[in-house]
Ligand binder design. Sequence first.
Ligand SMILES: [Cu+2]
Length: 587
Amino acid sequence: MTIQLEPFVDALPIPPRLIAAQLDGHLTVRLRAGEHRFHRDLPPSRIWGFDGTVPGPTIEAERGGPVTVEWQNEIDGPFPVAVTIAPQHLGADGVPVQCVPGLSGGSLRQDAAALTGHTVVHLHGALTPASYDGWTENLFAPGQAAVFHYPMDQRAALLWYHDHVMGVTKYDVYAGLAGLWIIRDQRERELGLPEEPPFEVPLLIQDRNFDLDDEGRFTGRLLHKTDPDVMEAFAPFTVVNGKIWPVLEVKPVTYRFRVINGSNARTYRLVVLRNGRPELDRIVQIGADHGLLRTATSVPPNGLVLASAERADLLVDFSDLDPGTELTVLNTATAPFDGSPFAAAEAESAASLEGLLPYPRVMRFRVVSGKRAALTITGTLAADYSPPTTEELQAAPRRVIALVERELEGEPSMLTMRELAAVDETYAGPVVTVAQGERMTRYRTVAAHFEDATTFFPMLDQYEVWQLMNLTGDTHPIHLHLDPFQIVSRGPIRYEMPDQGIEDKNLTAAVRLERAAGDALDHVIDENERGLKDTIRVNPHEIVEIAVRFTKYSGRYMYHCHILEHEDRDMMRPFVTMTADLMPFMA
Ligand SMILES: [Cu+2]
């Protein structure tokens, strides 16, 4: 008999803070095994965490104040997460196995149990020299340390640091190796934004599952469970700052919430409800991945969508509410997420076993008494960036990437990003054709897997346009390391692929830039996506164009899907930023 977990009983934890300026910009963070209690009624779970906590400490830095972190790997085994592939997608009761705790008949993956704690740390969203960016294969073992220098020469934003090891990022982050990193600057101070608890609150949203004993009681052991139909882990329990369905007492004032989706795979569409009715007009979004938007915006009418690694900086006004009022945050996004809409007004009926969303609840706010105060932000928030002009983009090199899922017999699907290069009509091999009206371009696949030769060599200080075409059934949040980018366009595509069109190294497809029959998505750019982004959602039947300009650092970096199960298998590719003066000397 499974013990039920009572919602909204644990107070929302605020992760410990490490303020770089108080430590002369020199921090030591130890990666350690530890114990963590995810809910009042759960036994403690073994975890791997930064400083042994879940989440790790929030590191706070100042723009222009470099930070050096000595990441000391002090992990000792065994790997704390039970990893299993359940034998069936549905349990005997017809409920998808990913909606329930326990192994569901799966056996433990012994190779996962044998992981010894090699790690590498990546600071997501940071403009970092390549040597400190956390290249996925540059591991440090238990007993070793990495000293990484972060220049912090970038605008204020919420970043996050997490493990990035080739093939097992999904396990290491799930085990707890993630923490927040906030950069502050003068512009935010001019706006009078809250800059510390209790009125500035980070919200790291993740999903977790747990193992059961023979009597069906929670053991506390973390569980990463997938099944033959769904290769991503979509865990049933939503965790915010390390607690399942927590509650935060709020005064009747305006709060600033720094929200990040740190889940392996799950996308959230967040709605706030009072007495069952959505009250999204309480929320003003002032920032996205790389900090302040040009102007504040409301969240989309269906709710705030955040795929893995996306961030939102929100002001939420509680100033009109009486003590005792409760507001509940719900998630209406089913999994795997494919961009399908769901009306905010229906949020209370969002639960869906088929959609791997057994519990839509995320957290609750409970208003307590206090002096009322509202913070109103109007006008221009930021004027330090603008959308690239047509002239800037005219000369920009175009890079074309197709996202594909290759189904394999008896093992999980292989997801890859196919880098494409234009060929003329004499090329006789497999091609992808992309047609817009009468104009048609033929492409061959020049790279399919992480270890294939690098084909992207962006030049510093020059705009590039990357075109991402999704030929799969799910939404993929594509993340570029190093500089932020801006979305240029999003539109529908229809495509045909022959049987066997997706080969190991090749791709055959005919893509047209027009709407497919039965495609119900609107393919619009949300207002809150018009900021500086480092992760962008590419929905099914969609092409997204982004404009990126790398500015400071030359070297080898990665771009990848931020669904960790996809990144690990094998939706990740390298790129090398180049400085123009070296080009004459390149072979
Ligand atoms: Cu993906």
